[in-house]
Write a protein that binds this ligand. Structure first.
Ligand code: FES
Ligand SMILES: [Fe+2]
Length: 324
């Protein structure tokens, strides 16, 4: 994990008002709840009294009540009431659990994972998607989120894994890919072609018109956008669960159809095709060993893996900077 980052952790619609939700993220059990005013709280999901899961409790006046002995926790993870000691008894400072800052926008919920003094006002999002409509789904993958991310940066796999869908046409030869890094964003330009047996693939520096290619963007720590067309995009968030599990949230975005019912039909079919493509990926990715990638690991990479190499390098840099 890279510390001091906003991570997408949930889709907004998964968190209902006044109902605690248990999730595992960053290898930790968390409880989230949404108050009447829509604000979101997130604290460690284990009572400091005798270890019960707070998410089995209920929400009382914006606080979560432990189901075991009724301790009340506020949004900063502090116990405010110990019923057995009396409503008005003071509570020792040490009675608390860890809490996390949250942010919500664009139908997504982020959690700040890192030091509070390093917090940035708001997470990055591809704001150009604001005037698109979308359909979405999520899928659990039995690999670390680094593997789910790398799959979406992998241009070499297209004609093999997606032979029947987006990889049709046997375009096995990989030109480039050209990879650009700007801050915490990586953009990579894809140009796969059919191998005629005598043309050599172009090296990234030999490609001048790469801006005309199909491209994808990844922004650390965990979101991605596929630029399918001006008015059609795919979006993904790769949510870290633990060392061997992640959840992939996929959205199909479009803005060429705006008529209400028609829009829903188009979005529905966009979603179905995304599911088919993602399942093709998943079948293979969950077989990868190890389940987590690192910069220095025993994999023999090729030039077409440049986006993956760049992702690993930059992640290592961010970890060196933040995980002290
Ligand atoms: S275990 Fe939570 S109040 Fe006792
Ligand atoms: Fe794929």
């Amino acid at each position: 994990m890279i510390y001091n980052q906003w991570y997408v952790v949930l889709d907004s619609k998964e968190l209902k008002k006044n109902k605690p939700l248990k999730i595992k993220r960053f290898s930790e059990n968390l409880v989230l709840w949404r108050n009447d005013d829509g604000s979101i709280s997130c604290i460690h999901d284990q009572c400091c009294h005798r270890g019960a899961s707070l998410s089995c409790g209920k929400i009382v006046d914006g606080k979560v009540e432990c189901p075991f002995h009724g301790f009340l926790y506020d949004k900063s993870g502090k116990v405010t009431t110990i019923p057995a000691n009396g409503k008005n008894a003071s509570v020792p400072e040490s009675m608390k659990v860890k809490y996390y800052k949250t942010y919500e926008n664009y139908g997504l919920i982020w959690v700040w994972y890192g030091a509070e003094e390093k917090i940035t006002a708001e997470p990055f999002f591809f704001t150009e998607l604001k005037d698109f409509s979308y359909s979405s789904f999520k899928d659990h993958w039995g690999v670390h989120y680094s593997r789910s991310i790398e799959n979406q940066l992998d241009v070499v796999h297209l004609p093999f894994v997606h032979k029947t869908t987006i990889g049709k046409g046997n375009k096995t030869l990989v030109n480039g890919p050209v990879v650009e890094r700007e801050g915490e964003m990586i953009t990579f330009y894809v140009n796969n072609v059919v191998d005629d047996g005598h043309t050599k693939p172009l090296k990234p520096e030999e490609i001048k018109d790469y801006k005309d290619f199909f491209y994808l963007k990844f922004h650390y720590p965990n979101i991605w956008q596929n630029f399918i067309a001006d008015k059609v995009r795919a979006f993904a968030a790769f949510v870290p669960v633990d060392e061997e599990n992640s959840i992939v949230y996929i959205r199909f975005y479009q803005k060429f159809i705006k008529i209400p019912v028609l829009k829903q039909i188009v979005n529905y079919f966009g979603k179905v095709s995304s599911i088919i493509i993602l399942r093709q990926d998943k079948r293979i990715v969950i077989t990868q060993i190890p389940k987590k990638s690192t910069l220095r690991m025993d994999e023999k990479l090729i030039i077409g893996d440049k986006p993956i190499i760049e992702y690993r390098k930059h992640r290592e840099e961010l970890m060196a900077e933040n995980n002290k």
